[in-house]
Design a protein around this ligand. Structure first.
Ligand code: PLP
Length: 345
């Protein structure tokens, strides 16, 4: 393998995740100037403003700021599930594979992974119907929740379109299941589909969304639902140690992040550019729908090390190499990645 010593000395291009972004000047200024209060005592005004803005965008009655998406999901699942319950989620869902099993051991639900019979990351409504019918005996688990993921991370940022979302929700509802949407990247889905994010939450009880991914805030997510849910969620957040004081400093960044969600289109274009370029170089890549590019390689560990030697950072994901585009990498960076990979191949 030929390695250009100059290349390894240049700054690495970080495509590990859309969480690596740094606050830009506008965001930093907003954080410095944020009006704050004590959110645990009697609410922080900037945090409250952010929560109401998120609720408006997601089409829910209310929302609650949480430090991470994982906590947002855990709060929602804890309030939906009881011991002896079973919840359905698409295979590879974040709640199944990237939250250390907390949905089971803290929220108390038995996970049931659903196959992707409707496309990458997408179970069909028919499958939800058949899987949500329980055995019947008193010793059977009670299926009580469908947890959707839009976009689906392990499926390479796959989107669930509004009509399919509606069918999935109807299938769950008909069988008495509640619905939680893990919308960590729901704004990516909305931009890719050209719809309002609220279109992708219709009929759901709760939604979780990350401000710290493609939207670019340094910290924070929100969990949204009815006013009653958010009241309980706030208690649960406190229980988990997630109540923060002058959180307005963080919420101010979130408000800036929400101002221009259309910017995500650039990330999607860059992901498509990367995928096309890699394919031209002989890589086996699934065409991305949003900002996540998955490449199938014979040896993931070896490929990641090789890429890192070229100054291109990626992570392993579901047995593949995952590249994620974000606001801190531009089109020129993508071309540079392709140049480095092309030169070294
Ligand atoms: C990142 C992510 C989360 C969790 O977010 P954290 O803030 O990292 O805890 C949840 N769901 C999905 C699909 C994600 O990609």
């Amino acid at each position: 393998m030929w390695c250009d010593p100059f290349v390894t000395k240049t700054a690495p291009i970080d495509l590990r995740s859309d969480t690596v972004t740094r606050p830009d000047e506008r965001m930093s200024a907003a954080m410095a100037d944020a009006e704050v209060g004590d959110d645990v005592l009697d609410r922080d005004p900037t945090m409250r403003e952010l929560e109401l803005r998120v609720a408006e965008l997601l089409g829910t009655e209310d929302a609650l700021w949480v430090p991470s998406g994982t906590m947002g999901n855990l709060i929602a699942l804890s309030l939906h599930l009881r011991r002896g319950d079973r919840f359905l989620a698409p295979r590879g869902a974040h709640v199944l594979t990237h939250e250390l099993g907390s949905a089971a051991w803290l929220a108390g639900g038995m996970p049931e992974p659903l196959n992707w019979d409707a496309g990458p990351g997408r179970p069909s409504a028919r499958l939800v119907r058949s899987e949500s019918t329980d055995g019947g005996g008193y010793d059977s688990l009670r299926s009580s929740l469908l947890c959707l993921e839009n976009t689906h991370n392990e499926a390479g940022g796959a989107v669930i379109p509004p009509d399919e979302h509606a069918q999935l929700v109807a299938a769950a509802r008909d069988n008495g299941l509640r619905v939680h949407v893990d919308g960590a990247r729901i704004f990516n889905a909305a931009v890719a589909l050209g719809v309002q994010p609220a279109t992708l939450t219709v009929g759901a009880d709760t939604v979780q969304t990350c401000l710290s991914k493609g939207l670019g805030a340094p910290v924070g997510s929100a969990v949204a639902g009815s006013g009653e849910f958010v009241e309980e969620a706030r208690r649960m957040r406190k229980m988990l140690g997630g109540g923060v004081r002058q959180g307005g400093v963080l919420a101010a960044a979130g408000l800036v992040a929400l101002e221009d969600t259309d910017r995500l289109r650039t990330d999607h274009d860059n992901a498509a550019r990367l995928a096309t370029g890699l394919t031209e170089l002989g890589w086996s890549v699934t065409p991305p729908r949003t900002n996540i590019v998955l490449a199938a390689v014979p040896d993931v560990g070896h490929s990641l090390e090789w890429l890192s030697g070229l100054g291109v950072l990626a992570v392993p994901m579901a047995g593949r190499v995952r590249f994620v585009t974000h606001r801190d990498v531009g089109t020129a960076d993508i071309d540079e990645v392709l140049r480095r990979v092309g030169n070294a191949s």
